[in-house]
Design a protein around this ligand. Structure first.
Ligand code: NAP
Length: 273
């Protein structure tokens, strides 16, 4: 396998598959991309937009060919579809192909039960930030995945954003915090915009303000490196406007709501296993 022409295949070109493909297509040097999906209009649209060769997921020979071709094979279908799909293409896989499932809840043990424990497997949890190469991705590997294969995988994950290896026992929690996390933050953004509009601000202005607010706060956290609380204290003057707003959020249990969201999402990931 030559790193200069790494072949990356995708089963599934939905929300996550297309976000990952877009991230790879944005910096495609050294990669060859192929993908399959059922929906013809989606295949045509993404095939025209990105440098990716597409095939029909309803064609078993094309599915087997994609599996056989890939050095790294991403599985980006709904969790319930992963194991039947893997069982159907298992015969076509090369022994050294790394199968990387991005499905919530599907364990390495379940992947091995479909593929055999000698097949190198990764469980990868990206998030929607991948679409702009800013995913907070986590991953874990089965024992068949050698250091050489991990060294092939990690630069690919780095093109999605950041990549952190975790013990598998933390993957459902990472799913609940970072995989689902964009939806929590987007809900908060939506609520801030709606609140500004309700108080009289034009929607376009409120949207622009909140877009920059989220970008700036994220960048500040990443670049400063301090705990969020320390940054928050810097902008919370005693008796000021921010203190009044934060006191309301504390009184109305924002922390408990977020903790409950993480618990509910992790429980759901446990159920999908
Ligand atoms: N969305 C997220 O933010 C996110 C974050 C982290 C992880 N994930 C994981 O990513 C996976 C995909 O989620 P999603 O949100 O992208 O779902 P999605 O939008 O429904 O995309 C799944 C795609 O896979 C296609 N597909 C189904 N079976 C296939 C097969 N055998 N071969 C090739 N393509 C097939 C589907 O086609 P049809 O629709 O035509 O059937 C659909 O376009 C899930 O397992 C999820 O847990 C998602």
């Amino acid at each position: 396998m030559d790193n200069a022409e790494l072949r990356i295949g995708f089963f599934g070109m939905g929300s996550m598959g297309s976000a990952l493909l877009r991230a790879l297509d944005a910096a495609p040097s050294g990669l060859a991309l192929r993908a399959s999906n059922f929906d013809a209009s989606r295949r045509e649209a993404l095939g025209a937009e990105l440098a990716v060769a597409v095939s029909d997921a309803a064609d078993p020979d094309a599915q087997a060919d994609l599996a056989q071709w890939s050095d790294i094979l991403f599985v980006a279908v709904k969790p319930g579809g992963v194991l039947p799909l893997l069982a159907s293409i298992r015969h076509a896989l090369r022994p050294e192909t790394l199968v990387a499932s991005v499905a919530a809840g599907i364990s390495l043990g379940a992947l091995e039960s479909a593929l055999g424990e000698l097949q190198p497997c990764a469980r990868v949890m990206p998030n929607l930030g991948a679409q702009v190469s800013a995913s907070a991705t986590t991953y874990c590997l089965n024992p068949a995945c050698t250091a050489r294969l991990e060294a092939l995988l990690t630069p690919v994950l780095a093109r999605f954003g950041s990549a952190l290896r975790l013990p598998e026992q933390h993957m459902n929690l990472a799913t609940a915090v970072a995989g689902s996390g964009p939806a929590y933050l987007l809900l908060a953004a939506e609520a801030l915009i709606d609140a500004a509009v309700a108080e009289g601000m034009p929607r376009k202005s409120a949207l622009k303000l909140v877009q920059v607010l989220f970008k700036g706060t994220g960048q500040l956290m990443a670049e400063d490196g301090s705990e969020p609380a320390a940054l928050r204290w810097k902008v919370t003057s005693p008796g000021g406007t921010t203190a009044a707003g934060v006191a309301h959020l504390e009184a109305t249990q924002l922390r408990a709501a977020l903790a409950g969201a993480v618990r509910a999402a992790r429980n759901r990931a446990d159920e999908l296993a």
